[in-house]
Write a new protein. Sequence first.
Length: 467
Amino acid sequence: MIVVIGSGVAGLSAALSLARARYDVKVITKSVTGGSTPIAKGGIAVPVGRDDSPEIHAHDTLKAGAGLCDEGAVRYFTHQAVKVYYQLQEMGFKFDPELWLEGGHSRRRIAHRTDETGAQLHRFLYHRAVEMDVRIVEAQLISLKASNGKVRGVVTDKGEIEAEKVVLATGGYNSAFKFATSKGNLGEGIASAFLAGAAVADMEFVQFHPTVTEDGFLMTEALRGEGAKLINDKGERFAFAYDQRGELAPRDVLARAVYTEYLKGNEVFLDLSDVRELDKRFPVVSDYLRKRGLGTRVKIVTAAHFTIGGVLTNVKGQTTLENLFAIGEAANTGLHGANRLASNSLLEGMVMGLNISDFIEDDWTGPKLKGNDLIEIEVKQAEGLDLDSVKEGNWRHLGVIREGKSLEEWLNVLKDRHGNAWSLVSYLATYSALMRRESRGSHYRSDYPQQDDSFRKRFVLVRKGSV
Ligand code: FAD
């Protein structure tokens, strides 16, 4: 039997792919409607426009990734994007006819289904999986069963399951930050894989979104493209003080601007009064505002949004541990490098999930380790810190703007306290952020504000004693 852990875009696509190829597959998920997929609003990047191509899409992705992408992986995903786009439609999913433009993309290539693409896709994949008689069970992954470098099953809160192969599709760890765009993504799959001996990589790269309400509702980037303005409680339109592009500056620049205002003690608002046809063009945003009785001036914060770091894999999803696959946000394929190009992550999950049946029987070559720094980490499974303390500490020390002394302080708190997933993944991320003495992509160090090409390498971490 093949066990898939997680029911987001990656897990459900994998379950469907395996069921269609007649494998015996079972999905275990903490919550069927949990994770980031059902709340993803934008869309999927697909280079299918008349003036577009997988090569141009690859070029934009490499540019965003700031020198750390795996070029082979990037080209694989941008070429597969076209296949997956048509495959989904053959399966019955309907995209809106218009392709949208998003920050960092040089062409219109974001395929939407209304302004809640993630929810629509999730519903579609879930119903298809149920139609194919895939068993989907709510239970929580506790650990992986592994021996002699091979995974043999999983331990859940509802018992143990023997499996020939395990596919981790448990998402990222952005919910381990005080402000986050999704709830319940605590890096549990990544921590279990690391504890079982799998390598993880790029843990320091966390993408922050600049415009999120305090209760975690994402005010989509497209609003700024349509005239929404950032103002502080003094009435200042401050974005231009940080970048000449103002509200249209890249996501990480604006996240730092909003965070700096927050550090100054200023409240920050998104002013929507100039957005045309808000109700018609942004029905989900309008609905949110209406339900909360909010007007066109909405208080916002910056929030942890997407975690690039994860279980090191090749594009097939093979990890360094035989029989363990990781896909979607839980995986680190090298597609995103140091910064994710918007809308490439639903794509990553879809491609890895839908293609998995082609690779499930392949020889185990695993991901490439060459050219990366391999670092052994000692794990002490003493009691972990409580979640609220970790969220607070990550926000303060591992947040939008990082600094060596503060990272060291936080690392010392987390040291020897690896007894739960969120403490362990935060330790690994803090460790990597401290080692990366430069600013690159989504990782910003105030004590090393420049990019330094002696750090043009990925940090790969493995548990001491596992290699
Ligand atoms: P998730 O969808 O996060 O699913 C993880 C699954 O794992 C869940 O089913 C969860 O229940 C399960 N799980 C977790 N831990 C355990 C455990 N211990 N045991 C059992 N099950 C577990 N990306 C885009 O490309 N385009 C967008 O427009 C976009 N918008 C976004 C908007 C928001 C608000 C957010 C938060 C993210 C957005 N993203 C977007 C990112 C994208 O949604 C995610 O990267 C993607 O959905 C991840 O899919 P996944 O299947 O890997 O993981």
